[in-house]
Ligand binder design. Structure first.
Ligand code: BG6
Length: 512
């Protein structure tokens, strides 16, 4: 979570090395770790995939990916020339034991040449249907037999529902110790997401008011202008609930709602988070309509461009019932949060791309000011902006300058870009470094994943069982379906989005 010591000799084997994740995220992240001097002298990246490509061809492909996607821009010649020496490629069939025997031989040789023990990281950057086979072969071939030095990384989606997640957990536990398994949720590697922990637990002033006595409700919005891109096949089996809420949004909710950990030991932090998931109020399939709303985008306009509706996207059924938007109201049944609603929502092809958490405080218990002074009066609000701009905004009342007593809301703003000039690492840089260092704090433990599936199963089952009669029910480029407004409006609230950067002078609030 927070890098400390330098890492020892390390080999990372990437299964699915010819794929998009490796190209756009993993290799640029490893390259930036190298630039920031985290990579040890003895280090190797071994790409494995079905694709027929030479070492040189693979390196060229990686170079292009770095030039296009690295946060530090195009690779400088001198840096690349050193970095490329770490990289090699092996064509291999994931189901063939010979592939794993060859990997083992290569790592054993490196260990001998380097004269020190080697950390072994096996990264499954592949579609989920390969997870079982690759994990089994890694386990059976003895690649992970040193339990302290070897780790396996599993990308999301971890399972398709509670049964398949349990099945995968059982399979992995038959082959590896839980401490060797790193289940990725890349949201947890984002700077601003990690900063939620710092904000809550490195400051004394927020904790006393962080509860049902002072907080009226919490909103978490992750909206994207992007559609499903070329992922129709995957998305038709996933939908917004599985793709975003089960993992990213529930993890954000946990960070807001968890009790203070005694230490930042990986299991202590994860215990506190799983407590939240276990305290989420269970709903029955019959109650789902009171708590959850779904949507699917039709065609519309995004930033002046006409875009297709979901059902016209490639690899999507013309009668698809899959949701591209989901909003859920959760309650957490414990002393701290009893009766405080947590509204979460996420959607594709929305009006803007923004991830934001809003903590809405209760009104003052007694209004001492005369009514005419408080026209614009609002209870306190804290907004944690996760992306695209990172920052924190605290809204409070102030007296407007002038001879009359007039109150209106003003904002105290912390903007990362103004306060820090150092570059912000990408989520995958943080997470890869943690894996190299053996720190599992920001990774999902088996019980967390299962608890998250458990809580969503009634919604998944209800939505799978009942076709939505009104899909598509929101136009691309809008705020999502009207039902989502109704979900929150019936409690007397509205969705609030306060972007950080656009217009600092005004209290640029969008309510929907
Ligand atoms: C992924 C989802 O986990 O997160 C995508 O599968 C989504 O559908 C993405 O677009 C969002 O991540 P980020 O970092 O771009 O907000």
């Amino acid at each position: 979570m927070a890098a400390t010591a330098k890492i020892g000799a390390t080999v990372i084997v990437i299964f699915g090395a010819a794929g998009d994740l490796t190209w756009r995220k993993l290799m640029p992240a490893i390259y930036n770790l190298y630039l920031d001097d985290w990579i040890p002298e003895h280090f190797a990246v071994l790409g494995v995939a079905h694709t027929e490509i030479t070492d040189a061809g693979f390196k060229k492909h990686v170079h292009e990916g770095i030039d296009e996607f690295s946060r530090t821009g195009k690779a400088k010649k001198a840096d690349w020339e050193v970095f490329e020496k770490y990289i090699s490629y092996k064509k291999g069939d994931f189901s063939d034991p010979a592939t794993y025997a060859a990997i083992k031989k290569q790592i054993d040789k490196l260990e001998k040449d380097w004269g020190e023990s080697v950390n072994r990281v096996y990264y499954m950057a592949v579609p989920p249907n390969f997870f079982e086979d690759i994990a089994t072969k890694i386990g059976e071939s003895g690649l992970c037999s040193n339990k302290t030095l070897s780790r396996i990384v599993v990308e999301k989606p971890f399972g398709h529902d509670i049964e398949s997640a349990k099945h995968l957990n059982n399979l992995l536990h038959g082959l590896f110790d839980e401490s060797q398994i790193y289940r990725i949720d890349h949201y947890l590697g984002k700077e601003t997401v990690q900063n939620i922990l710092a904000f809550r637990f490195a400051n004394a002033m927020f904790e006393p008011i962080w509860n049902r006595n002072y907080i009226d409700h919490v909103q978490i919005t992750v909206s994207e202008q992007l559609g499903i891109e070329n992922r129709g096949n995957y998305y038709e089996t996933a939908g917004a609930l599985r793709d975003m809420i089960q993992n990213h949004l529930l993890q954000l909710l946990c960070l807001i709602a968890m009790e203070p950990p005694v230490s930042f030991d990986a299991d202590e932090v994860r215990n506190r988070k799983v407590d939240v998931l276990n305290a989420l109020r269970k709903m029955t399939m019959e109650q789902v309509h009171n708590y959850a709303v779904r949507g699917q985008y039709g065609d519309g306009w995004i930033e002046g461009k006409k875009v297709k509706g979901y059902r016209d996207e490639p690899d999507v059924s013309k009668t698809s019932n899959k949701e591209t938007f989901a909003a859920v109201k959760f309650y957490i049944d414990n002393w701290r949060w009893q009766d405080v609603p947590f509204y979460v929502r996420s959607g594709k092809r929305m009006n803007e791309s923004i991830s934001v958490i809003t903590i809405q405080f209760r009104p003052v218990p007694h209004q001492s000011f005369p009514l005419e002074t408080t026209e614009n009066w609002q209870p306190n609000r804290l907004v944690l902006n996760i992306q695209p701009h990172m920052g924190i905004r605290l809204r409070f009342q102030a007296k407007r300058p002038g001879l009359k007593m007039l109150l209106n809301p003003v904002d105290m703003l912390f903007n990362y870009n103004d306060s820090y000039t150092t570059g912000t690492p990408e989520a995958y840089e943080t997470l890869l470094l943690d894996i190299f260092q053996g720190d599992a704090t920001l990774f999902m433990r088996a019980d967390q994943v299962e608890a998250a599936w458990n809580i969503l199963m009634p919604i998944i089952n209800a939505w799978d069982a009942n076709t939505s009669p009104n899909f598509p029910n929101y136009a691309a480029g809008t705020h999502g379906p009207e039902d989502a407004q109704a979900l929150i409006a019936k409690d007397g609230h509205n969705w609030i989005v306060m972007p950080l950067e656009k217009d600092k002078k005004n209290n640029n609030e969008t309510t929907e």
